[in-house]
Write a new protein. Structure first.
Length: 397
């Protein structure tokens, strides 16, 4: 049942302060139901109780020998990811702020239940790098620019069944299972912080992404084709996602699940995130079965306000266009604000989406577009929302 909305808040800075104040963090314990006595899963936490892995350093000022310190740091992120020695988890890769021209990153191993691995940018210098700023992972061509090529992005994934692009072999992003990523800015490729399980679709998978910027042609971020882990969904917190294309399977974030019936719990949770796209903030992947996402205190900004009479209509802030017959998307929205021509895909494809709207869910729409039940229509331009259309500065929350 669609949730009831609270009374409308005033637009502008009051709304932003309100949503920030209500932000809640999903507390996870990998592999078990969270409780106060559960061992932390984060190897960087002071009370971490899992396997004690080593710290591996990445710095272009290091000597590129063994990565055991800033002085001996590897020059590439991939070299550090390849140096993870075992599957026990608890390893941390720390990266000095700089531009790293790399693509198709993949660690040597997964993390472990109760012991995630972590990839962290030292954006404020507190981890000893002596530098501040973004850790920018640029997957573009250094000479020719933006590399818009299927399966060419920050996170390695590929499929031989795909007709074009980087498809010489099949590789699954499942190797990133139980990794934490923080303080990274990705750009220049087909997808930013996006994981596709390809031939491992239908297995459990969890990533935790915090304080990152994900940009790409097709997708800024997302996860495709896991099955739900009830107590450890993938989580994106305080992140910014931007995608640049508007044709076909593209969105700021893409969701895909593998269950044939809608799961009770989400595949992915988004908290305090900003999603920007020419046409779709959130989309159901064309190859998905049932996918479920939860969005709390999120901002969804779509730039397409095409006049409905002109023919080339918007496919929706939340898009289910082109789903296969068994594809379904469910979104749980809480204290979110959306802007775009229309909330959902119109026409027959609209049957593929269901939703709940809790707290205050606001929408700034083209004036002829219908307002879904549980939403509050914004009549005036939301200046504070559009002030967040650009990525944040490093280290800001």
């Amino acid at each position: 049942m669609k949730g009831k909305s609270m009374k409308r808040l005033t637009q502008g800075s009051m709304w932003i302060r309100f949503t920030r104040a209500l932000a809640v963090h999903v507390l996870l314990c990998v592999g078990v139901v969270f409780n106060a006595q559960a061992a932390p899963w984060d190897p960087t936490a002071q009370d971490y109780a899992g396997h004690q892995g080593s710290t591996i350093y990445v710095s272009k000022q290091g000597d590129n020998s063994d990565g055991s310190s800033w002085a001996t740091g590897f020059h590439t992120i991939q070299a550090a990811l390849s140096a993870i020695p075992d599957e026990q988890g608890g390893y941390t890769v720390v990266v000095r702020p700089d531009r790293y021209v790399e693509a198709n990153l993949a660690p040597n191993t997964k993390g472990a239940a109760g012991a995630c691995n972590a990839l962290i940018g030292d954006v404020d210098g507190t981890l000893g790098s002596g530098a501040t700023g973004w850790v920018l992972i640029d997957s573009g061509d250094p000479e020719l620019g933006f590399k818009s090529w299927d399966w060419w992005g920050t996170i390695r994934a590929s499929s031989q069944n795909w007709s074009t692009g980087n498809n010489k072999e099949t590789f699954s992003s499942i190797i990133w299972d139980r990794w934490i990523l923080r303080n990274l800015y990705t750009a220049g490729g087909d997808a930013g912080l996006f994981w596709d399980l390809t031939d491992k679709s239908g297995e459990g998978f969890t990533v935790i992404v915090e304080d990152c910027v994900g940009t790409g042609r097709a997708f800024g971020g997302g996860v495709c084709y896991p099955i739900v882990r009830e107590n450890e969904p993938s989580v994106f917190r305080r992140c910014y996602f931007l995608a640049l294309d508007w044709v076909g399977d593209t969105a700021a974030v893409l969701l895909g699940g593998w269950e044939k019936t809608m799961p009770e719990f989400p595949h992915v949770v988004y908290e305090d995130c900003t999603l920007v796209h020419p046409d779709n903030a959130v989309a159901l992947s064309y190859a998905s079965y049932c996918a479920r996402g939860k969005f709390t205190n999120c901002r969804m900004i779509v730039l397409n306000f095409t006049q409905p009479e002109m023919g080339a209509k918007s496919t929706g802030i939340i898009c289910t266009q082109g789903h296969r017959d068994t594809g379904r998307l469910h979104v749980d929205l809480e204290n979110c604000i959306l802007a775009g021509s229309t909330v959902f895909t119109a026409g027959p494809d609209s049957e593929a989406v269901s939703y709940t709207a809790k707290g205050t869910v606001q929408a700034y729409l083209q004036f002829k577009s219908p307002l879904p039940e549980g939403f509050i229509r914004m009549g005036l331009w939301p200046t504070d929302l559009y002030a967040q259309i650009a990525p944040p500065q490093p280290g800001t929350k």
